[in-house]
Ligand binder design. Structure first.
Ligand SMILES: [Zn+2]
Length: 387
């Protein structure tokens, strides 16, 4: 099996070299030796193995200093493929991606309300089956299947323990798909998978402590340290959406009151705008608040600025507990970034003990979660065998 093929990753040197090549774009054997401190003969023999195993290719694009051009090494981007599945509340979206996030095939199926556990697992299998059967070039070159699922996940057993949206309990995703496809399967919460997607495909790998906060209909977040997703002792590390920022307020999806989520979602923005603006239209939406703010309507600008300050309070708490180098903000609410970001930054500079965290808005599109699901396998291939 493929898993056996990659047993070699137990070699720390080989993993270091593979990642050096991946992150450099292209690099010579001599530079790998110089930059990693691994001896040139070891570099040569391990590179030979990586080429044989279809992970690295040679090219002659290097700058010549007289004489022939040096041979450079590059990652073989399509040497292997991964399948990513994003199980949302209304659809299951699947892709086949190569090792750098190029998408080759995609399938999407709708799931209906009140779906049973068995029907849900069948839907996941159907999407994976269609992707696997889509192209002969994938045969024997699929590393595995990554699944992003909303709700609480036991990542060790790959079980979806509970999901508020679908109401399903204890769904054995990993066990079922591994048995059916004889491929490694990794399952992760959708916000954490999205964080991994942003980390792998949003050029974030320079940040060794990295977080994403997604603000839309809810608030999802994830934290990565030294290339690994952080779960915490009981799986709730980094859940900033449920940070208590008030003793009072609306009831949250988690059952508590005063959670950050209840103040900053699209729905919360509308609720607050309606409360403070006497002539706000009855059918006001979050997009409407943004549109009216864009038209220069002062009260709507203020509603978004207040949202920015509330998000800022959440971020200050996140900085003080997790202290990431960088936080990327994503989700529908961040479409109003021009009104939110100045207030967010203002609160951080007023309240954070150290104001050095880089705050950016995601530039990646709707595929980020499904790419993150695929990246679960990439993280496994490129990093997990180091330890
Ligand atoms: Zn909550």
């Amino acid at each position: 099996m493929l898993r056996g093929t990659f047993e070699y990753m137990k070699s720390v040197n080989k993993t270091t070299i593979l990642n050096k090549i991946r992150l450099s774009g292209s690099i010579s054997r001599a530079d790998i030796a110089r930059e990693t401190g691994i001896t040139p003969p070891t570099v040569s023999s391990l590179v030979k193995e990586l080429i044989r195993e279809n992970l690295v290719i040679e090219s002659r694009l290097g700058q010549s200093i007289g004489g022939r051009k040096p041979t450079l090494l590059q990652l073989k981007e399509d040497g292997y493929y991964v399948i990513g599945l994003d199980a949302g509340s209304k659809t299951i979206k699947g892709i086949v991606s190569d090792l750098v996030g190029n998408i080759y095939d995609r399938v999407e199926v709708d799931i209906y309300p009140n779906i049973t556990k068995e029907e849900f697992l069948t839907c996941l299998s159907v999407v994976a089956e269609q992707l696997l059967g889509g192209n002969k070039q994938y045969t024997g070159r699929i590393l595995g299947i990554g699944v992003a699922m909303h709700g609480i996940i036991d990542v060790k057993t790959g079980t979806s323990l509970s999901s508020v949206n679908s109401g399903l309990l204890n769904v054995p995703i990993k066990q079922t798909l591994e048995k059916k496809f004889d491929l490694p399967v990794l399952v992760e919460n959708n916000s954490r998978a999205m964080t991994l997607g942003e980390y792998w495909f949003g050029n974030e790998s320079a940040a060794n402590r990295f977080a994403v906060i997604n603000i839309g209909r809810g608030v999802g977040s994830g934290l990565i340290e030294d290339n690994k997703l952080i779960h915490g002792a009981h799986g709730v590390a980094g859940e900033i959406g449920h940070a208590s920022i008030s003793l009072e307020g609306e009831r949250c999806s988690c059952g508590n009151i005063g959670c950050l989520e209840t103040f900053v979602t699209g729905e919360a923005i509308v609720r607050r705008a309606k409360r403070s603006i006497p002539d706000a239209p009855e059918n006001l939406t979050a997009e409407g608040v943004y549109r009216l703010a864009k038209q220069g309507k002062r009260e709507y600008i203020q509603a978004l600025e207040e949202t920015g300050r509330l998000i800022g309070v959440g971020i200050v708490n996140f900085i003080h507990t997790a202290n990431p180098n960088k936080i990327v903000l994503s989700g529908g609410v961040m479409k109003s970034k021009e009104f939110l970001l100045p207030s967010i930054q203002q609160i951080i500079s007023e309240r954070a003990l150290i104001d050095e965290t880089i705050i950016e808005v995601s530039k990646l599109g709707d595929d980020i979660t499904v790419l993150g699901a695929a990246a679960l396998l990439l993280n496994d291939l490129f990093y997990c065998y180091i330890v």
